[in-house]
Design a protein around this ligand. Structure first.
Ligand code: DX5
Ligand code: ZN
Length: 213
């Protein structure tokens, strides 16, 4: 299981120091919010680029923005290893996903809890990552919505049936109580913000999530 601590839950006054505490993780999840697609603002490519040398693992960038194409090159240049866009945006997504892949970066697609899973179908063949939102995107620290489990199961069934090769990631309210069920449903990546950053022993929480089975 890949664990991706979500930087949104870190102390923004000491990001470099907080990143040091989660170096045991394979990925770092970076939530970009534009105050339009979601009612919150976070950080953009400039901050991501400056943080890049301080984490050994992969940068998993989650774009909760209405116009993901506008700054795509800036996120590629910032050192993203995966870039995930939302299926709900108005832009044509296929050219965007192809541009991400062409740059040698994993292309991901995500959806809000209220969006039908079938909306992803046109993109499943091309994507490297499907990010299932298990909370309404915009804020950390919300309660896990268990409907995500059936979505993960369905994505696993589709992957097997069509020989797709995306990773299944889950984002929102992930903790030590639901990690085992998420693993059993078929999640490959657990994004976890508050449950990791509120812990005194963050490395122990990362390892416990990693070994959920
Ligand atoms: C929510 C973000 C999540 C968030 C998860 O819009 O996409 O990545 O940081 O935080 P927790 O784990 O606290 O729910
Ligand atoms: Zn996220």
């Amino acid at each position: 299981m890949i664990v991706a601590p979500s930087l949104l839950a870190a102390n923004f006054a000491q990001l470099q120091a907080d990143i040091e505490t989660i170096q045991a993780a394979q990925w770092l999840h970076l939530d970009v919010m534009d105050g339009h697609f979601v009612p919150n603002l976070s950080f953009g490519p400039g901050v991501i680029k400056q943080l890049r040398p301080h984490f050994h693992g992969a940068f998993d960038v989650h774009l909760m923005v209405s116009n993901p194409g506008d700054l795509l090159n800036a996120y590629l240049d910032a050192g993203a290893d995966a870039i995930t866009v939302h299926v709900e945006v108005d832009e044509p997504l296929e050219p965007l996903l192809k541009a991400i892949k062409k740059a040698g970066v994993k292309a991901g697609i995500s959806l809000k809890p209220g969006t039908a899973l079938t909306a992803l179908e046109p993109y499943l063949e091309v994507v490297d990552l499907v990010l299932v939102m298990s909370v309404e995107p915009g804020f950390g620290g919300q309660a896990f919505q268990p409907e995500a489990l059936t979505r993960i199961e369905q994505l696993k069934i589709w992957r097997q049936a069509h020989a797709y090769d995306y990773l299944i990631s889950v984002d929102g309210g992930v903790d030590l109580n639901n990690a085992q069920a998420l693993k059993q449903a078929g999640a490959d990546v657990l994004v976890a913000g508050s449950t990791i950053f509120k812990a005194t022993d963050r490395q122990a929480v990362i390892e416990a999530l990693e070994h959920a089975r």
